[in-house]
Ligand binder design. Structure first.
Ligand SMILES: Nc1ncnc2c1ncn2[C@@H]1O[C@H](COP(=O)(O)OP(=O)(O)OP(=O)(O)O)[C@@H](O)[C@H]1O
Ligand SMILES: [Mg+2]
Length: 397
């Protein structure tokens, strides 16, 4: 990744750090446009009322008022700032975000990550500046409404997360715009592991600063899947945090995401709860994953009955049968008759799936020529057409 150039934005980029060695390393990572300063003293006078961008070093993170940034940001909500902290605790993260810091990164920070964060915060500065309201930059329910696809099953281990991650990466490859994947399996979500991501932030950070949550802030919490550019909002790192996320909060997060994404794919736990019901209601499509065994079919039948009772339009439900091989001695037609729904795709069972899961590489990328990858592509065809190989989105932007 190239270093971010603040001249592209016409705002100064300041690196604030008292330790000279750390200061020059950060400035070097950010490129020639970074202006290293020891403290924030005199900075406001130097730049007047014009906006600027601050990268606050680990010494600021250790000080009581974030090295003077707290009072400055309280006066100047138009400034963009990123904090780099050695001990990145949830407490520090929340304090920083409440003070107006737009992103917090762990030290030592990776050059790519740092420049990506600067670029992201810089772009929100440009977006929010004309309105200068200080409030959320984009509200849900506006013009841009991406398609929300929830992957659900009433049986654990049916293949929801495999389906959600593969669908997410395929849509990211097929779409020019942004595709987000939300892990709403709040207790035991494993989307980040399946994509080999080591996220800096999770959905807990979004909910922890809920009153400040807007598109710009939410974007800073998303992790990027480098091979495809898919944007991921991971589940909490510990099951105990799951309780902090309510149905209304989850719905607001999805509404914010769909306001700037073309697709929002959501992975869920294997049971109905308030969060899942809210998500199903918010979704344009619900992929119902069923494994090819009697307990799966029994539970999916109950799940379908529940959805009907909840007045979920059957037109938005897509039944996908997983592990649908001839060897399992259960006929697809028999399953469809039992469920009274026609399957829209059949996914075979293949050892390349657990192999790809263990590598943290979705099977459509790991074994793109395998029959299972082809069948997963058919699922993506339901939502976005395949693109010619030469026209495919190469990397992420
Ligand atoms: N078509 C398939 N062929 C072979 N293995 C599969 C297939 N689909 C899923 N698996 C394996 O089954 C396991 C469960 O899949 P996955 O985690 O996607 O299910 P889940 O529905 O998300 O489970 P949970 O309810 O625990 O979240 C994984 O280890 C995966 O490798
Ligand atoms: Mg799962």
């Amino acid at each position: 990744m190239t270093n971010f150039s603040s001249t592209e934005l016409n705002v100064p980029l300041l690196v604030v750090e008292a330790d000279p060695a750390v200061r020059s390393r950060l400035a070097m990572q950010l490129g020639e446009h970074a202006i290293p300063v020891e403290t924030l003293m005199g900075v406001e006078e130097r730049y007047g009322s014009a906006p600027f961008l601050l990268v606050l070093g680990p010494t600021c993170a250790r000080s009581g008022d974030l090295g003077g940034a707290e009072p400055l940001l309280a006066r100047r909500p138009d400034l963009g700032s990123i904090l780099i902290a050695e001990d990145l605790s949830t407490d520090l993260f929340q304090r920083a975000i409440r003070s107006g810091v737009r992103d917090v990164l762990g030290a030592p920070v990776d050059t790519g990550q740092l420049n990506e964060a600067v670029s992201r915060v810089a772009s929100t500065l440009v977006v929010t500046r004309p309105s200068s309201s200080g409030g959320p930059s984009t509200e849900a329910g506006g013009e841009g409404q991406g398609r929300v696809i929830t992957v659900f099953s009433t049986k654990g281990g049916a293949g929801k997360s495999v389906m959600a991650t593969n669908l997410g990466v395929l849509l990211a490859q097929r779409t020019e715009g942004t595709v987000a994947l939300v892990d709403a399996d709040l207790q035991f979500g494993d989307v980040a592991v399946m994509l080999k991501l080591a996220p800096q932030h999770t959905i807990v950070d979004a909910v922890g600063s809920f009153d400040r949550l807007d598109v710009g802030f939410l974007e800073t919490l998303l992790s990027t899947h480098p091979p495809t550019g898919l944007k991921v909002l991971p589940a909490p790192l510990e099951p105990a945090f799951a309780d902090q996320i309510g149905a209304d909060q989850m719905t607001k997060i999805v509404r914010l995401l769909r306001s700037f994404c073309d697709f929002v794919v959501i992975d869920t736990p294997a049971y109905f709860n308030e969060v899942v019901l809210g998500l199903i209601e918010e979704s344009d499509d619900v992929i119902l994953v069923a494994g090819m065994d009697i307990p799966n079919i029994k539970n999916v039948k109950i799940g379908l009955q529940t959805l009907r009772l909840l007045n979920t339009p059957m037109s938005k439900i897509h039944l996908i049968l997983n592990r649908a091989n001839s060897k399992v001695k259960l006929e697809v037609s028999e399953v469809e008759r039992t469920l009274q729904v026609k399957a829209e795709a059949l996914i075979p069972s293949d050892v390349v799936v657990p192999q790809s899961v263990n590598k943290g590489m979705p099977v459509v990328l790991d074994s793109p020529k395998s029959p299972i990858a082809k069948s997963l592509e058919q699922v993506a065809d339901l939502f976005a057409p395949a693109v010619e190989p030469q026209a495919k989105k190469r990397g992420w932007r």
